[in-house]
Write a protein of this length. Structure first.
Length: 119
């Protein structure tokens, strides 16, 4: 059973930056993609960014392109650098591990961490 821990959330003013981190342990397959998802207040969960651990390929939600960067230190630690934060980036951010080798379906989820962008 995978264990996923997210860290780095908090309160930041518009235009500010935060860096989220996700650490995964208990892998049976250590190179499946890892993604970040956001659940805004009163809305459904939406994929924000995903990284293919094997080749470093990345994918982003259109509204965060150029502002957010997903990266990995190794097969079990992923970061989400968020710059130029906007109020609409507010939400609970979840880290998740894909069910296979593509950023399509995700099987394991972290509990989530709050990000609030407000003045």
């Amino acid at each position: 059973q995978l264990h996923i821990v997210e860290s780095g959330g908090g309160l930041v003013q518009p235009g500010g930056s935060l860096r989220l981190s996700c650490t995964v342990s208990g892998f049976t397959e250590p190179y499946y993609p890892i993604g970040w998802f956001r659940q805004a207040p009163g809305k459904g969960r939406k994929g924000v960014a995903c990284i293919d651990i094997k080749d470093g390929g990345t994918d982003y939600l259109d509204s965060v392109k150029g502002r957010f960067t997903i990266s990995s230190d190794n097969h079990n630690t992923v970061h989400l650098q968020m710059n130029g934060l906007k109020s609409e980036d507010t939400g609970i951010y979840h880290c998740a591990v894909a069910a296979d080798h593509e950023c399509l379906e995700f099987e394991y989820w972290g509990q989530g961490i709050q990000v609030t962008v407000s003045s």
